[in-house]
Design a protein around this ligand. Structure first.
Ligand SMILES: [Zn+2]
Length: 322
């Protein structure tokens, strides 16, 4: 009996001993963890972590236009050959990225209070001559800065749909990389994902987007416009249908701008009515969101820039008071 008792006491001591080792181990691990956390914070590592858990994002931030780049997204770098860069002139500001990560470039001229905007290339490579026109205008203004009055600022977004432009200079280049028609993706009051194709462009399948403002190219332009007070803007297209004022129904200041532009360019106003209903357009959204006057303006062909006419159009735009 005595031997057995001694034996069982031995087991009790052994078990308590093991417990002690485990407890000491856990305490050490905890102490090590706390020390490490403090060092991590002291080094500022928490602040620079790309997956910073302390950064507060509003729950809907991914659906709202924002000028803040997504901290977790690193766009692929594209050759600058896709960009139009003057040898001696302003460098573009990159205001956003396409789905494929191509930069959306903004050229700024002048620093006056009255702000004007030109957008080219919303329909991509299919309407590539609008981008060619933007390039010519940028070159011209760079050589003749007096074109911009001292109280005016002109912004040119030279290529709103760079993925479309890169894809093809034909009907395949019209939409963005999600197959969305960007000029039907703006959250104007009449936005729809689908529309009656009667009288409309029908050469490839396309949509207005999963929801209004769903595309990064659209949100880039929305953010830019929201951050400025634009007096008047032209969104360039091709070809031939004329000048379409913004607003549903067309707003007075936009009609006035369309008429004045038509007068110097001889692009038709009122524009040709093909029976197509336009929904979610940039010009409609713009006038619903603080832009004084906006038009969609179509070059005469899919191949020429009509430079002389559009130089006159530029003067009309820059002197327009909505
Ligand atoms: Zn177009």
């Amino acid at each position: 009996m005595a031997r057995r008792k001694k034996g069982s006491h031995g087991w009790v001591y052994f078990l308590w001993g093991m417990n002690g080792i485990v407890i000491v181990g856990l305490l050490s691990a905890f102490a090590f963890y706390v020390t490490n956390q403090r060092t991590f914070a002291a080094n500022g590592s928490v602040e620079t972590s790309p997956f910073n858990p302390t950064r507060e994002l509003p729950p809907t931030s991914y659906f709202l236009p924002t000028l803040t780049p997504n901290p977790n997204y690193t766009p692929p770098v594209f050759e600058t050959s896709t960009a139009f860069i003057l040898e001696n002139g302003p460098r573009p500001t990159i205001i956003g990225f396409s789905l494929a990560g191509r930069p959306i470039e903004l050229y700024t001229f002048g620093a006056g209070e009255r702000e004007y905007l030109i957008v080219a290339g919303i329909h991509g490579g299919y309407e590539w001559n609008t981008i060619a026109l933007a390039n010519e205008l940028i070159t011209h203004i760079n050589e003749h800065p007096e074109v911009i009055a001292t109280d005016a600022t002109l912004y040119i977004i030279r290529n709103m749909n760079p993925d479309g432009e890169a894809r093809a200079h034909g009907v395949d280049g019209r939409v963005n990389n999600n197959g969305v028609d960007l000029n039907r993706n703006f959250p104007a009051e009449n936005w729809t994902a689908e529309w009656d194709r009667d009288g409309c462009w029908i050469y490839r399948p396309t949509t207005g987007g999963l929801y209004a403002g769903s595309e990064p190219e659209t949100r880039t332009v929305m953010s830019f416009i929201k951050a400025h007070k634009i007096e008047a803007m032209i969104s360039y297209h091709s070809a031939a249908l004329g000048v379409f004022p913004g607003g549903v129904p067309w707003e007075e200041p936009s009609k006035r701008l369309a008429k004045a532009l038509s007068k110097v360019t001889r692009y038709p106003y009122p524009p040709f009515d093909t029976g197509c209903e336009y929904t979610g357009t940039l010009a409609d959204w713009a006038v619903e969101n603080g832009v004084g006057a906006a038009v969609d303006m179509e070059l005469r062909t899919h191949s020429n820039t009509d430079f002389d006419e559009n130089l006159k159009a530029l003067k009309v735009l820059l002197s327009f008071m909505p």
